[in-house]
Design a protein around this ligand. Structure first.
Ligand code: CP
Ligand code: NVA
Length: 302
């Protein structure tokens, strides 16, 4: 059976735990100059309908390290942008490449592609979820603080695709998630209500972060919401993560942001350079975590 990674719920908690440990191992192997090429001769197709720096580079480098290769596919210069049905693209591409990574708008597009693909499909961000980022975030927390099980994580800002993946992560990695969003920007109600024992809302950000072991935020206007930038700037006033806000959290609290960051909006300039911010490790770990994911999906190693 072909395994896909469309959301964190496609893998079991044990499999996710394995991936985090494996990512840490692969990072050490790389640091030690150890060659590891489990994907020799394999190709990853990479469909990007939205911009990317980290995701594109980390997947391409992952395939290079593993002895394989990757093909960047943009709608501007493939038939995807000229209306070839997604089902047909899935059938064709999966006869040529060994896995496909997709960054798109509508989550249903990704699902349709996966339904017609004979090879593993990876969600590299949709309007609804960003599970690859969560692998890197969980790895980063474990490296700095050990297991995240039972810890308190606070999401500040927009109830967006990253927030939705944190909701899934709360259940899969067994932590408490408090979501602090202004009215009208909370996550989808169905998802919000799915894990009531682990996930709750607290609109007052100062109250929400009390005792937090991890504080996370993201841009206020995601890709595709550029027209709402000004409205959102007003709506999110008071939701900026600053060193002063972090002082209300646990003394050992970490700060994460998937990047790119808008300094002066969701995060202050000082916060990005604060010792509690682990955003550069978090960005680097996209590489190691996705190597673990590719190895798992393509070789079945676990
Ligand atoms: N965090 C993240 O996915 O970054 P990119 O948009 O640069 O890929
Ligand atoms: N929520 C952001 C994440 C970017 C990595 C977006 O979707 O644009």
């Amino acid at each position: 059976m072909t395994r896909h990674f469309l959301t964190l719920t496609d893998l079991t908690p044990d499999e996710l735990g394995y991936l985090i440990q494996r990512a840490i191992e692969l990072k050490t192997m790389l640091r030690n100059g150890q060659n590891h090429e489990p994907l020799k001769g394999k190709t990853l197709g990479m469909i990007f309908e939205k911009s990317s720096t980290r995701t594109r580079v980390s997947f391409e480098v992952a395939m290079t390290h593993f002895g394989g290769s990757s093909i960047f596919l943009s709608p501007r210069d493939t038939q995807l942008g000229r209306g070839e049905p997604i089902e047909d693209s899935a059938r064709v591409l999966s006869r040529m490449v060994d896995a496909v990574m997709i960054r798109t708008f509508d989550h249903a597009t990704l699902q349709t592609f996966a339904d017609h693909s004979a090879v593993p499909v990876i969600n590299a961000l949709t309007d609804d979820f960003h599970p690859c980022q969560l692998l890197a975030d969980m790895q980063t927390f474990v490296e700095h603080r050990g297991s995240i099980q039972g810890k308190k994580v606070v999401w500040v800002g927009d109830g967006n695709n990253m927030c939705a993946s944190y909701i899934n992560a709360a259940n899969q990695f067994d932590f408490e998630l408090v979501i602090s969003c202004p009215d009208g920007f909370t996550p989808d109600n169905d998802l919000l209500g799915r894990y009531p024992e682990r996930v709750s809302l607290e609109a007052d950000v100062a109250t929400a972060v009390q005792g937090a072991h991890l504080v996370v935020t993201d841009v206020w206007a995601s890709m595709g919401q550029e027209d709402e930038q000004q409205t959102r700037l007003n709506a999110f006033e008071g939701y900026q993560v600053t060193p002063e806000l972090m002082d209300k959290a646990d003394p050992d609290a970490l700060f994460m942001h998937c990047l790119p960051a808008h300094r002066g909006e969701e995060v202050s300039h000082e916060m990005m350079d604060d010792p509690r911010a682990v955003v550069w490790d978090e960005a680097e770990n996209r590489l190691h975590a996705q190597k673990a994911l590719l190895e798992f999906l393509l070789t079945g190693q676990h």
